[in-house]
Structures are given as structure tokens and as C-alpha cells.
Design a protein around this ligand. Sequence first.
Ligand SMILES: Nc1nc2c(c(=O)[nH]1)N[C@H]1C(S)=C(S)[C@@H](COP(=O)(O)OP(=O)(O)OC[C@H]3O[C@@H](n4cnc5c(=O)[nH]c(N)nc54)[C@H](O)[C@@H]3O)O[C@H]1N2
Ligand SMILES: Nc1nc2c(c(=O)[nH]1)N[C@H]1C(S)=C(S)[C@@H](COP(=O)(O)OP(=O)(O)OC[C@H]3O[C@@H](n4cnc5c(=O)[nH]c(N)nc54)[C@H](O)[C@@H]3O)O[C@H]1N2
Ligand code: SF4
Ligand SMILES: [Mo]
Length: 799
Amino acid sequence: MSQLERRQFLKLSALAAATTAAAARANPGSHPATDTAQPSLADLTWDKAPCRFCGTGCHVKVGVKNGKIAAIAGHEKAAVNQGLLCVKGYHVGAILYGKDRLTTPLLRKNGELTPVSWDEALDLMADRIMQDPAGFAFYGSGQWTVPEGYAAQKLMKAGLSNNHIDPNARLCMASAVTGYVSTYGVDEPAGTYDDLDACDVVICWGNNPAEMHPILFSRLMDRRSRGETVRLIDIGTRRTRTTEFADDYLEFRPQTDLAIANCIANQLIANGTFSKEYVEKFCNFRGDNEELDLMGKQITFDEYKELVASYTPEAVSKLSGLSVDQLTMLGELFGDPEVKITSLWCMGVNQHTRGTAMNRLLHAIHLLSGHFGTPGNAPTSLTGQPSACGTAREVGTLCHALPGGLLVAKEPDRKHCEKLWNLPDGRINPKPGYHTVLMWEKFCTPTAEGGDIHTMFVQVTNPGQSLPHLQKLFRNKEGLEDKFLVVSDGYPTASTELADLVLPAAMWVEKNGVFGNSERRTQQWFKMVDPPGEAREDVWMTIALARKLYDRGHPGMKDKDGEFLFHAVDDAGQEIPFWDYAHFRDINVDRYLYEEYRPFTHKKHKNVAPYDELAKTQGLRWPVVQTDKGTWRETRFRFAEFDDPFVEKGRGIQFYHSTTGDDRAQIWFCPYEPHPEEPDDEFPFWLCTGRVLEHWHTGTMTMRVPQLANAMPDAYAEIHPDDAAAAGISNGQRCVISTRRGEMEIPVWTNGRGRPPRGSIFVPFFDERQLINVLTLDAHCPISKEPDYKKCAARIRPV
Ligand SMILES: Nc1nc2c(c(=O)[nH]1)N[C@H]1C(S)=C(S)[C@@H](COP(=O)(O)OP(=O)(O)OC[C@H]3O[C@@H](n4cnc5c(=O)[nH]c(N)nc54)[C@H](O)[C@@H]3O)O[C@H]1N2
Ligand SMILES: Nc1nc2c(c(=O)[nH]1)N[C@H]1C(S)=C(S)[C@@H](COP(=O)(O)OP(=O)(O)OC[C@H]3O[C@@H](n4cnc5c(=O)[nH]c(N)nc54)[C@H](O)[C@@H]3O)O[C@H]1N2
Ligand code: SF4
Ligand SMILES: [Mo]
């Protein structure tokens, strides 16, 4: 170990010891705990990988000894996290070592999950698919690696001509995608995290980065400790840890963020402080059409002006609960061209029955005021999952998408992909498949009543806990004899509980991987340890299944030349049978799939870096282009001449994928609309759901790490102390929360970590013993189809 590495390691071991000291008191939570023995420091082999948790995309160093992960450190060379990790990151290695890892395929026989061979498991799946390929659906994840998502995408769209593939990311960033696409003609943020180093003001629009993107948030707040001024404005529906760092906290009534954004636009126009030059040169105006579709209709500036005119500070103050002064402050802020403003948002804006609209409005106020296209001026949606961008969005594992930002409904896009995949003409089905909510509805509805999905393959997601309105979208599967649920996971979960076939998965550094984070950064890692027992790679499962279909003569499993869809050859030109697990490592399957995928990213100028370049770095931000010297250069700001290699010289800003074909972005008007389930006399509270720092989503991994489970052992309901008193419930006591869909029991926490205002409740969803999604609403944005987990009407009573 070099001097530097050794110093770094000692420093980090001290930190790790500090966090494990707390864990010595650990109550291991509801799950069989991982081994907490401290590793010896000698003889570690170090390698690099992105953290497996959030979309921040920190890079870690993994120390391996005797075939096991023995240490984790923040990667000091990583631009994202510069050597630091959050509490989940420091414990990411331990998620592999829960005592109840799945180690063999399990088939339900007479109600019991019983071990079967991999061959038997895949034969069963292939036989069911052959009976009715159109009734098969693949439900994936923003935690899929790029090659995993690509293989699934190819199996479905190029092989089965079946577009019923959608990821959990539909529940997460679908509204961000529709927002970007309808504004700029192409998905994903223009800016990067560098904007957070350069801005004067950061606005959080109902997200909580102190807990959900902690290292990104500390990177921002660290500027203050260096004497720099960075003003944080937190616009939210409840106080969070983020609020504790905020200069201004603006608490609004749920759903009225639409009106607040329109009020800013109105003031910019009424005060003449919008950027006339910017708007004239680079923007068009747009509004909804009657079909409420993605592209809407063009409107004039005068029409736009009239549409926003009623959103005066006075009117919006009454609606939103913000004061006239607060609204005027926001209007003046955006009207000042000298301050650099970065907006950040996440689930408050996306999980919204008007999620697309709210995304468009945030872009609109940045474009209208010219706060776009210079360092520090950026509207940036943060993604939650480690590869929601890299896999779900870029590989396009959504039911309407093709790789590289292309669409199944567009003939030229299908033709382009058929050519790259070497498919016969017309192989790709032009009809979008079922989006997540519809897919699960069809799966949980009897076949005779139109439920035409009969076999569901789930990888790297836990729908039995994370889908909204669980009874309707998941539990109703029970008793439907002809429905078959296959779940690939590392652990038993709320989903495996109803599964007919459970497949044991290799996790994180038990396999090779590539992720793409929130700032367009693609990151790669190599397998470092073996998976337990017979657990195997998800990408292998998909390719082995495809081979079973090929063996059964499914015509889609061959390309135009009669070769298997996943055809790879060695140096001597011999086919490598890597679908046979004995040969899976004869090639680097990740490299082979990634390099096959890479040309798809060129059409929409999302050029991802070559695999071998990624292997050398802590990630590169696309578009990545080769310089004259042969080196590879990443991009910090898209569409801006100072940095984006695809902008023509002299253009300043060029929206080169403009939906109107004139290199302009669209400034949208979308009206405020009330929520479909506002509180009323019967259900007087707003119910909001979300997350906490210590746990990852459904808790399957973090609840098995004693340090994390001990720090946050159970879910709870945050409510205002006055509401608790009025309901006769004291702090810590259990209460019953009910909505129109069901009820659940949970302890109350008043004045806890998050503090909701009167009339609202917040519940995190990590605890599988307290399934809050029995209560949540499946109403969704009509354009993005993303459900609103942040709002529904509820009531509360003592147990
Ligand atoms: N520790 C941890 N970090 C994570 C995750 C995790 O599970 N654990 N998950 C990752 C993932 S996948 C995601 S998607 C992100 C989510 O990250 P965030 O979006 O930051 O967090 P949530 O807790 O889902 O969102 C809760 C917030 O929604 C806001 N909200 C409620 N109603 C409205 C409304 O009408 N409008 C607006 N604008 N806001 C509203 C409230 O202010 C509330 O604080 O976190 C990522 N990071
Ligand atoms: N109430 C409520 N519900 C929500 C939300 C909310 O805000 N409120 N947010 C929604 C959002 S934004 C999101 S992103 C979703 C997240 O919801 P999910 O994706 O369902 O949650 P996770 O816990 O991340 O599930 C990942 C699963 O994959 C398993 N796993 C880990 N690694 C591997 C691997 O390598 N291979 C395989 N096969 N399995 C693996 C884990 O054990 C875990 O069971 O939840 C949604 N649901
Ligand atoms: S901030 Fe996110 S990516 Fe970074 S260490 Fe924490 S969980 Fe991992
Ligand atoms: Mo998410």
C-alpha cells in the first residue's frame, strides 16, 4: 500500500470505527443481521466502484480480503465526493452479508418455496413465454446496471417485439423526462454538479437533499465553511433537515407549487424583468392542447402573458399559503440577471398528478429569466437511483422508449434501431407497451376480465412494497392461478412473498457493472467478490432466458442473418456460449454489451464514453468526445457554446434537438389544478410519503446493516403536536392512519426529524412491517404516468 493510500485508509478506518461504535449497541432490526466483526487492515486488495445507493453517484474504494469486502473508503480522486461518503455509503459493503441471502432458485410448490435448478427455473419461464409472448412483461429498475437494462431492452423490443418493459423509475423520474423532452427535445439536465460550486442561490423545490443526496448537499454547504456565500431557499411542504440549513423556508400548501412558479413568471413579465434578448433568440412559447399530450401547441408571447397574468402575488398567496413578500422575493430574485440561480428538485415535483407540468414550469422560469447556460445558472432535476439516468433514461428501458432517447412510436427511430441491431424490417413493435401502473393492473386483473399480462419478471426492485395502492396493483395477484410472478433479488422481500419463482441475484461488486448518475456521469466497476451459493448475475438470467427461447425456436431470438441476438465471438471467430454459466466469464459480458449499446447514444448527442476509458476513471459526463490528441473530453454544460462540443460556433446557446426544429427551447404555460384527492371532512389530512437518511427505499438492504437499522429501527408517522393532541395521541403512541384505500397502524412522532405543518402527516416507506403503500394513491400524471405518492387524503385516530 502506498503512503498516501495508507494514510487515507487509517483516516477512514477511524471514521468507520466511530460509526460502528454506535452500532455495538445495535438492535439488529427486523432482519437477520450482517457480521459486524472489524477487519484486520493487512493484505487488502483495493478496487473502485460507484456507491450502490443514491443518484449522487459517489465513487468508493472497496478493500477485499479472503474473498470478502473488508473495508470501504470514499474515493479521494472522485470529483463527485472527493473522498467522502454518507452513512449509507460507508456501510455499502455490508449489504452483501445479510445472513438470509438467497442462494438457490426457489419454485412455489403447494404453497412452499422449494429449491430447483437454474435450468428448471429458466425452462419454466421460457415455456410460459412461448405460450403467449405478448402476455409477458419485464419490470426493471433504475438500479439495473447499464448492461442489465440493455440486455432486457434488447430481449423485449428487438427479440419478443413486446414493449411491455418498464422500470421502477416510472415511479420516480418519468415526469422529469417528459419535462426535459417537451422543453428541450431531449432528456436529462443541461448542467452538472459544477453549478452547485458556482451558484449564488440554490432553490430546493420540495426535495430534501440533506438526507437524500447527502454528499451533494455537504459539497454545497461546505462552501460556507470556506467563507463563500451561498443562499439556500427551501420551498417545501414540511420542515426537513435541509430546512435547518436554509436562509429562507417557504412552506406552501401541497400542489400549489404550480401556482408559485406561474407567479414568478407573471412577475417577470409584469415587471419587465424577463430576459428579452434570451427569449427572442432562444425560446418559443407553448401550452397544453386538448389532448394534453407531450408536445402541446405553440402559443404567442402575448397569449402567454395573458395566461400567467392572473397569478399575481396576492392571488397566489391566498392559494399557496406563502406570503406576498415571499412571492415578491422570488419574483425579484429571478428578475435579477446578476445572481446565479440553480434550482434542484426531485420527488415533490415529479410524483405529482401534474408532474410534467411542474417540471416544465421550472424550466420555463429559468429560460424566461435567462438563468440558463452559464455556470451556476441551471434548472437541474436530481435523480434518486444510482442508474435511473444511465439505464432507465439513456438505455430507454421504458415501455415507449428505445435506446439513446429514441421512441418506439417513431418510424425513423425504429428503423435506426433495427439497423443497429441488424434486425429484419418491422421487427420493433410500433405500439408502446404498458407503463408500470397499467402493467401491474393488467397482471393483477383476472385474464377473463382483460388482465392480459400473465407472466411478470421482476429484477432489482421490490414492487410488493414500493408500488402505490398495493392491494389493487400487487396483492390482488393472490388467488389468480394463471398468473406467474418471477422475482430476482438478493433477499426475501415483500415481493418474493407472492412470487411463484424466486431467482437469487448477485449484488453490486459480486458482478461487473456500469451506472449513470444524476449529472450524466457514467461509472464502471469490475466484479470483486463471488456471489453466495448459486446466486447469479441478472444480465446472465436475461441472456440465458433468451437462449432458452432461441432453443424453442422463437423467431425473434435471431437477427437478420440468423445469428442469436446475443452473439459474441472470440479472437478465432468462434461463438462464445456465454448463456451457459460455465462460459459466462469467457468474455467480459458487460464490456461486450456496453460497446454494442454505445453507438445508440450518438443520434441524440448523448455520446457515452468508451468502456475502457470508464475503467480508467471515476466516471465521465456525456457527451464525451475524442479530442485531436486522442484523449476523451467530458461536458459540463449542454447547449452552451462555451462547453458543449455540439453547439455550432457563434451560436451562444443552441437547443440542437428542439421540438420545433428551430434550435429553440419551449417556455411552457401550464395552469394550477387542484389535486384529485384533496383533504375533506371525512379525510381531513394530507398524507405525504418519502424517505429517511439511513434507509434505502424498501429497507431490504439497509435494514440488514445493524448500524443503519439501529439508527432508524421502525417507520413512524410525523405529525404536528397540536394535531396529535387534538386526536388524543401522545408522542410514541400507536395510531391508525386510514385513506379511501386501506388502513395501517404506526407509532406517532411529533417534533421528530421532519416537521409537517398542521393538517398533514408524513410516513417513510422503508419498513416492510408497516406498508404505507396500502394507503397511497395510484392517480398519476396524464403525460408521464408517474403516480403521486406525495399527496392523498387521510385521517388518523388512536389505536
Ligand atoms: N437516504 C436515502 N436517500 C435516497 C433514497 C432513499 O431511499 N434513501 N432514495 C433515492 C431516490 S430513488 C429518490 S427518488 C430520492 C427522493 O428524494 P426527495 O425527493 O428529496 O425525498 P422524498 O422524501 O421522496 O420527498 C419528500 C418531499 O416531498 C415534498 N412535497 C410534498 N408535496 C409536494 C408538492 O405538492 N410539491 C412539491 N414540490 N413538493 C412536495 C415535501 O417537501 C417532502 O419533504 O432520494 C434518493 N436518495
Ligand atoms: N410510499 C412511497 N412509495 C414509493 C416512493 C415514495 O416516495 N413513497 N418512491 C418511489 C420511488 S421514487 C422509487 S425509486 C421506488 C423504489 O422502490 P424499489 O425499487 O421497489 O425499492 P428498493 O428497495 O430499491 O428495491 C430494490 C430491490 O432490489 C434488490 N437488489 C439489490 N441489488 C440487487 C441486484 O443486484 N439484483 C437484484 N435482482 N436485486 C437486487 C433489493 O434487495 C431490493 O429488494 O419506490 C417508489 N415507491
Ligand atoms: S450520497 Fe448517495 S452515492 Fe454518496 S455515499 Fe451517500 S448514498 Fe452513496
Ligand atoms: Mo426514486
